[in-house]
Design a protein around this ligand. Structure first.
Ligand SMILES: Cc1ncc(C[n+]2csc(CCOP(=O)(O)OP(=O)(O)O)c2C)c(N)n1
Ligand code: SF4
Length: 287
């Protein structure tokens, strides 16, 4: 059997992202992570949100589907329910996942399905040409906030911690080796993993550039941080300014929703026989 490499995911399409977009680093890291984990085109399922990030589906050869805007997580959970043996990864944006789909993130985290959520966090709605997203920092000037954003931004890490996600991490699109490693750990974690990725949008954000992040980012593990304490994770997740931490903030083992659902204790649902005897009668009730 040929070994899996990043090239195994090649399609006939080339990316349409703006040159220099942080999405390139996330895409490369994801292909490397999947290859390193031995997950090939037929072995996993990617669910994409709507946005620049979601366009990745066209240049990623692996089973996939796109949700409506904000609805990637319900689709991902449906796929996990039908075949809980399949690795399921959600490729989403800060607008898709924390704005339109915010409620889905909270309820998925609470249930703890074995799904990895990779948030392309660029503080803007990139595809619709640069309006402020839910993670826009106060004072950030965009098309929709010409005098600077005034809302309190949503922090994907503290939100995930509060809602019950069992793996919380933050990476940087400009650090492909570090991000590859974080993705491997997030995908390998048994449970709901939230990986927030700081992703420069080079076209609509001239503030949070690669250089801006590089001046501020530091790695939690290099400071001896151990990600086993929720209170400490909150403290670290709230750091934002001259110093911004990246790495794993929190990790916990808790039974997944698939493990506690009695209907899934045997084979995946897709392999079970359909035992409804009166299917026509059942269907007619809904017609
Ligand atoms: C229900 C709904 N509302 C709004 C839109 C328009 N829309 C498409 S993409 C998008 C923003 C995407 O932003 P984000 O999720 O941050 O992704 P990015 O483009 O930055 O990768 C919006 C508002 C839509 N398609 N559907
Ligand atoms: S608009 Fe921004 S997020 Fe979208 S492809 Fe261009 S640089 Fe990337």
């Amino acid at each position: 059997m040929p070994s899996i490499t990043a090239d195994s995911f090649k399609t006939s399409f080339l990316p349409t992202w703006c040159p220099g977009c942080g999405d390139f680093g996330i895409w490369m890291s994801l292909k490397n992570a999947l290859a390193n984990l031995g997950i090939g085109s037929d072995d996993g399922f990617l669910v994409y949100g709507i946005g620049c990030h979601g366009n990745m589906q066209d240049w990623m050869k692996i089973y996939g589907a796109r949700g409506l805007h904000g609805r990637a997580l319900p689709v991902a959970q449906g796929i996990k329910l039908a075949n809980h043996k399949l690795p399921v990864i959600c490729i989403t944006g800060d607008g898709d996942c924390l704005g339109e789909g915010g409620n889905h993130l909270i309820h998925a985290a609470k249930r703890n399905p074995d799904i990895t959520v990779i948030i392309h966090d660029n503080q803007v709605y990139g595809l619709t040409t640069g309006q402020a997203s839910p993670t826009a920092q106060p004072g950030f000037k965009t098309k929709s906030t010409p005098t600077g954003a005034t809302d309190t931004p949503i922090n994907p890490l503290t939100l995930g911690l509060t809602a019950g996600a069992t793996f919380i991490a933050r990476g940087f699109a400009g650090d492909t080796p570090g991000l590859t490693d974080l993705m491997q750990r997030a995908i390998s974690h048994k449970g709901f993993s939230v990986l927030d990725v700081l992703q420069p949008c080079v076209t609509f954000d001239k503030v949070h550039t690669y250089g801006w992040y590089r001046q501020r980012l530091y790695q939690l593990d290099k400071e001896g941080y151990v990600p086993d304490n929720k209170i400490k994770a909150f403290e670290k997740a709230l750091e934002w300014g001259d110093k911004i931490p990246i790495g794993i903030f929190y990790k916990e083992d808790r039974p997944t929703s698939e493990e506690v659902e009695p209907a899934l204790t045997g084979a995946p649902l897709k392999d079970l026989p359909l035992t409804v005897s009166n299917i026509d009668g059942l269907l007619s009730e809904f017609i």
